[in-house]
Design a protein around this ligand. Structure first.
Ligand code: NAP
Ligand code: ZN
Ligand code: ZN
Length: 398
């Protein structure tokens, strides 16, 4: 073990070489040229940091989000600094901020559907150069060495993935991660997704969570052309799921509690839409589905939905991270039906869904909001009144 002094010296050396090696944007170079002292010039480099950053967060489970200042860490050799352009509003943001998944770390800054412009890159970065567009989804780190990480399943890291917000993180000044409702974010490049040129950036943001979360089960359970898939809940995840399943050439049915969404379901690519509160319609749909993907955000009675599965069908819950209700052993056993869960997807698969969508011109249906509208957007999401994803324009006047 090095002594404290030794390790401090080593840290100083690392810090000095890191700063001298950081590649910076044109603006930063200009700033350094305008500065008379060499040392001061180094301090002025955009690539150095830490970065005071405007963000939107909540102080407690019952507080509204408000503008605050946070600090993004100084960049390391593998880090990418993004100027955040857009960030989607996922129902998980609401669950977390409101403490519905257990107490959060406050001040809590949510947001994990982040699209940004690369402002600076560390010297070891190979995937990005200044000016590129990068995306950050639900994870910003993992151990990278456990068997799950080695299989590109960082979300199931055996040491615990570092999620984009509300996760302990020794590199963050706050001691835990803070998300994308902010002007800047520093992320190690492995966890930054390449966003191809020419895509609609705001409408691509939701693919980084809603997209990958629904794409991953379609890949894992090998959704094939002609199979029948049911999407339960037509919100942020659900509407992207419909588009992705239709792109797999599956036959898609939406199960919704909102009569006003029946027509939209078909516009989005479903061949059928069923009001799940209509018991007769549910019975008519029984024993037909190869795959069900449930995006319902809270506990609900799953019994009528289990009956939709045909022999060997799989019911994948990605929505409710809460006790499941209405699951009867006999109803699974009698047709060898399976009940499963899934969380987001690995980094390679997140890149895959972005590329899949880019080549097929798939993006989310978004409603743009300014930061000042975050709290009212939360109410609308909870009331099933979003068509179909709110995206914060971080450049819009607050
Ligand atoms: P959302 O936009 O609110 O959509 C959820 C939809 O579910 C609603 O629009 C509504 O659709 C339906 N719904 C809501 N409450 C319901 C209830 N009590 N009973 C039946 N249906 C109900 O939410 P989202 O952003 O898509 O997220 C959905 C859930 O997935 C959240 O719980 C979120 O935390 C979770 N999530 C999980 C992962 C993962 O990795 N597993 C990733 C992201 C999000 P209809 O109007 O059509 O009924
Ligand atoms: Zn999400
Ligand atoms: Zn790991």
């Amino acid at each position: 073990m090095p002594t404290n002094d030794q390790s401090l010296e080593q840290e100083d050396e690392v810090e000095t070489s890191r700063r001298s090696l950081l590649k910076v944007g044109a603006g930063a170079v200009a700033a350094s040229l305008l500065t008379s002292s060499g040392e001061a010039a180094a301090e002025a480099l955009v690539g150095s940091g830490p970065y005071p950053t405007r963000a939107y967060g909540a102080d407690s489970a019952s507080s509204p989000l408000k503008e605050i200042q946070i600090e993004r860490r100084a960049m390391g050799p593998n880090d990418v600094l993004l100027d955040v352009l857009y960030c989607g509003v996922c129902h998980s943001d609401i669950h977390t901020v409101r403490g519905e998944w257990g107490p959060a770390h406050y001040t809590c800054v949510p947001g994990h559907e982040i699209i940004g412009r690369v402002k600076a890159v560390g010297p070891a970065v190979t995937k990005f150069t200044v000016g590129d567009i990068g995306g950050v989804g639900c994870m910003v780190n993992s151990c990278r060495t456990c068997e799950h990480c080695e299989e590109d399943l960082e979300q199931y890291c055996l040491k615990g993935a570092t999620f984009t917000y509300d996760t302990p993180d020794p590199t963050a000044k706050a001691g835990f991660t803070q998300g994308g409702y902010s002007d800047k974010i520093v992320v190690t490049e492995h966890f930054v997704i390449r966003i191809p040129p020419g895509v609609n950036l705001a409408a691509t943001a939701p693919l980084l969570c809603a997209g990958i979360t629904t794409f991953s089960p379609m890949q894992y359970w090998k959704l094939r052309e002609g199979q029948r898939v049911g999407i339960i809940g037509l919100g942020g995840l659900g509407h992207v799921a419909v588009k992705l399943a239709a792109a797999h050439k599956a036959q898609v049915t939406v199960f919704t509690t909102s009569p006003g969404k029946l027509a939209d379901a078909k516009r989005l690519g479903a061949s059928d839409a069923v009001l799940s509160t209509d018991a007769e319609a549910m019975k008519r749909a029984a024993d037909q589905f190869d795959l069900l993907i449930s995006t319902v955000p809270e506990t609900y009675d799953m019994a009528p939905f289990i009956e939709l599965l045909k022999m060997d069908g799989t019911y994948v819950n990605v929505g409710a991270m809460a006790p499941l209700e209405g699951v009867h052993g006999l109803h699974l056993a009698k047709s060898r039906r399976a009940l499963a869960g899934s969380i987001i997807g690995g980094i390679a698969e997140t890149q895959e869904v972005i590329d899949f969508c880019t080549s097929r011109n798939i993006a989310a249906d978004v409603q743009m909001i300014s930061p000042a509208e975050i709290n009212s957007a939360y109410e609308r999401v909870v009331n099933k009144d979003v068509r179909y994803r709110f995206v914060i324009d971080m450049g819009a006047k607050a």
